[in-house]
Design a protein around this ligand. Structure first.
Ligand code: DP6
Length: 360
């Protein structure tokens, strides 16, 4: 599909008010998206586990305006309270998607949103937040359209989410979502995420992700700035090729259940992401001393316990600890005893691979 396929032909805007509501999860990338071109086109393909517990619920109440407005008209409530500081980001999003959602200028929206995870946890809310919003807008569009297929609904929801925040396009479906054109996956696209189209070994069923909150402070460098620093980065071309090669490898690993190779790819991707940050100009470090202490403790425990626990990182200091269902008791005891002491105020979140967004 191409961009113009997402411009609706005929909409019936007779409906003068309504309510839509969606819950959408966060996701954690196994192969990382880092670097983008114009219009939120990724510089390399990525793949992620959809999460379950970390999610955003968004409700939109919409009322038809007397006539088409020249600007967007909306209120925003975060956890029940008006939140003016989130409005510019949403206005930017609406501007990016207006061609695909022309009805946005015909309605006044009241947007109510909340997260399951604490706002100041250092957990990025853009993936769950932008996808929940995009899904609500798609539900509005569905009510103005005849016979929209579920496939089109999901694809356009992912397409719109991407325009809000790249990684958000991987939150619509589950349990594994791939985004970004690659010769390894014929149906892959730079425009939207797709459910991973190949077989997945049962070892990855109910895979666990315990998120260790190492540092809850505001990041010194935002993802947007970080992505931008990949332009002119001395290692960019090799990195983008490596991500695609790793996608090729992980397809086979997910199918065969070769967990040792899985660990190797996932940990290497996490460290490469941070290596790109450390070798940007200006350079920066988002890991904290406790991030490294956790990584070293995981390596030591994996060696002695012969379990298959591994880590990944997003663009911050927090550590995602990944492990299979059949090792959960042993690994979770280790996490509580040895890793939680490195968390800020002992805080962590128990999450697991999930099935994607849900209508409420
Ligand atoms: C490190 O999706 O937050 O988490 O498109 O600018 O909103 P924008 O960036 P964002 O970048 C996330 C990068 C990452 C890796 C990943 O999720 O693939």
């Amino acid at each position: 599909m191409i961009e113009t396929d997402f411009i609706p032909d005929t909409l019936n805007l007779d409906k003068d008010h309504g309510i839509v509501q969606y819950t959408s999860p966060s996701n954690i990338a196994l192969i990382k998206y880092w670097g983008k071109l114009e219009n939120q086109i990724p510089a390399n393909p990525s793949i992620s586990f959809t999460l379950n517990a970390c999610s955003t619920t968004t409700k939109i109440e919409y009322v038809k305006l007397g006539k088409k407005a020249s600007d967007f008209s909306f209120d925003l409530y975060f956890e029940g309270l008006p939140k003016e500081e989130f409005k510019p980001k949403i206005t930017t999003f609406f501007k990016r998607i207006i061609t695909y959602m022309p009805f946005l200028l015909e309605y006044r929206l009241s947007i109510h949103t909340s997260n399951t995870f604490p706002h100041s946890s250092g957990i990025a809310s853009s993936a769950s937040g932008m996808s929940a919003l995009a899904l609500c807008l798609m539900e509005m569009e569905r009510s103005f359209t005849k016979n929209m297929t579920d496939d089109y609904f999901d694809r356009k929801a992912s397409f719109l989410s991407r325009l809000g925040s790249g990684s958000a396009c991987r939150s619509i479906n589950g349990p594994l979502v791939q985004w970004g054109k690659s010769n390894f996956i014929e149906s892959s696209s730079d425009l939207y995420g797709i459910p991973f189209p190949y077989d997945v070994h049962p070892i990855f069923n109910n895979f666990h992700d315990t998120i260790l909150l190492v540092d809850k402070g505001e990041k010194q460098v935002s993802s947007t700035v970080g992505h931008d620093l990949m332009h002119g980065h001395p290692f960019a071309a090799n990195r983008f090729k490596q991500a695609d090669d790793n996608l090729g490898k992980i397809i086979g690993v997910l199918e065969s259940g070769n967990i040792k190779e899985f660990i190797n790819i996932v940990e290497s991707e996490a460290l490469t992401l941070h290596a790109m940050m450390m070798t940007s100009n200006p350079y920066f470090i988002l890991m904290k001393p406790n991030t490294l202490s956790i990584i070293n403790a995981i390596w030591e425990f994996r060696e002695t316990s012969k379990t298959h626990v591994c880590f990944t990182l997003d663009a911050g200091a927090n550590v995602h600890v990944l492990y299979p269902e059949n090792e959960k008791d042993k690994v979770f005891s280790f996490i509580k005893e040895k890793l939680v002491p490195f968390c800020q105020n002992g805080q962590y979140i128990c999450d697991q691979i999930g099935q994607g967004a849900k209508k409420k």
